[in-house]
Structure formats: structure tokens, C-alpha cells
Design a protein around this ligand. Sequence first.
Ligand code: A3P
Length: 302
Amino acid sequence: MALKDMKMLNLQRNERIDVNYIKGILQPAATCATWDEIWNFQAKPDDLLISTYPKAGTTWTQEIVDMIQNDGDVEKCKRAPIYIRFPFIEWIIPSLDSGLDQANAMPSPRTLKTHLPVQLLPPSFWEKGCKIIYVARNAKDNLVSYYHFQKMNAALPDPGTWEEYFEDFLDGKVCWGSWYDHVKGWWNAKDKYPILYLFYEDMKKHPKREIRKIMEFIGKNLDEEALDKITYHTSFDIMKKNPMSNYTSIPGEIMDHSVSPFMRKGSVGDWKNYFTVAQNERFDEDYKKKMMGTTLTFCSSL
Ligand code: A3P
């Protein structure tokens, strides 16, 4: 979505978007209204897709990918805000520019963003064999990050109280649906399709190692010096200060960074500051049931 469109969205302070369901998954109403067009999006074989559940480290991964694609050239990566550099395919502002329009206008090779669960990904991505980078983040930190993001972002529903949001997240009653189904769905898909499945926590612990994995996956070959530079420029502290990656160029009526900055904490284990003992017990019990039978495992503290 271009900056002008953010302004055109014209939400008044405290006003929020409408939501609706697509095949049981909660989505912004405008995405639902444009669903046929999104579903029929035509991917190209050389498209690269960055896919995540919201707040799992999308922006971080986008910046890493852009820096790799631009051989570690910091200035080239400052050519535009992150949401202009990477079309967000299901993000729609009615009768204006949209992620689809942005993607269709972009010369190849394109790098696109989605939060769609695996069953809602436009089929042409599978048919064309596009490479996909999926990033997953442990559920507890993901929940805390999403809660703060919904508080500061009028382009998503009001999260309600912490207690209410906690239950909504466990029930999958948030935009883009259940975290549990999302991470498991993409985990299963990686056995059939060219998907690099990464974890936020690994990226925190071994950033250079994970950046190298991404580089190899997208077929680039950069030297150690370039990799060190990318590691530095995509660290939390540097990205937080970078206006092209920290979302401060979005008008305050949409994203109010005084409520919670987009680049909030960027850490592993922050959930411990929010979960009560009772919530943690309830969460763990529910988690076991929902994640039973999968080989997918997470770490929620480093
Ligand atoms: P927190 O709210 O926990 O701080 P997304 O880009 O998918 O919306 O994810 C946003 C989350 O990733 C936020 O988490 C944000 O601070 C964190 N993040 C962004 N850039 C990061 C970086 N370079 N290193 C670590 N975390 C980062």
C-alpha cells in the first residue's frame, strides 16, 4: 500500500476497519470483498514469496532479503519504505492501490509478502513452483507482539483487553486465523514445495547463519564481508532507527507509535512480562492439544 493510500484510508482516530471471514479465516473486510481477485493472482516462476503469520518477523526477513538481493548495498535498500518495496498481496484498500496492483505493476523478479494460511495461498504460487521463505515465531511471543500491534494499528481490529485478546488468539479469532493451524500448515507444505522454513528465535540466536541460509536458498553468493554488513544493518537496533524499515512513514492516524512502536522489543521471551501464571498453565495445556502429532517444535526463551 502506498503512502498516499494510507492517507486515503482516512480512518479517524479510534476508528477501526471492518472484518469478515474467508473460508473460516478472519480477514479485513476489504480483503474479503476482493477475494476472487486475490485467489486468481498470477504468480510468475521467478517470484519469491515471504510468508509469515503476522508479527513473526516479516519485516526483518524482508530487509534481509532486500539486502542480499542488493549485494549488501545499504543505500539501495533505502530507496523506499518496506511496504513499497514488497507488495503485500492480500492487502486491499477499496478502489485505490492495493497489494495486487503493486505486484502487477512491479517488474520481475518480484519479492512479495503474504500472511495467508497455506490453504488460502493463490494456487498459481504452487503451480509456478515459486520459492517461498516462511518464518515462524513461538506462539507466546507472537501473541504478545500481535496484541501490541493491534493496539497501535487502526488498520486492524481493536484487540480489546489483554485477557480478551489472549482467548481470541487461542481460539484463532484474529486476522489471518489460528497461529497453530498456520505454522503447522506451512510446515507440512515444505515437504512438497520449495519452502525454506525459518524460526525467529534462530534468527535472533544465529543471525549470520540464518542470513546465509536465505542467501543460499535464493541463489546468491556473497562474501563474508557482505554477510557481516547485512547482519549489522538488519539487527533490531539499526532497523528500529531506519525510517525505511520502521513504519514511521505511515500516518499516525493508522499506526500510532506512541501507543506501541512497530519496532517494539524484538526479543525472545517477552511473553514472560505479560502472561500470568494461570494464563501460562492454560496456554501450555491448550498448546499440547493443538500441536499434538506434529514434528514442529519451538523455543520460547533463549
Ligand atoms: P515485537 O513486537 O516482539 O518487538 P512483523 O514484521 O512480522 O510485523 O513482526 C514484527 C516483530 O518483529 C516485532 O516484534 C518487531 O520488533 C520484530 N522485529 C522487527 N525487526 C526485527 C529485527 N531486526 N530483529 C528482531 N526483531 C525484529
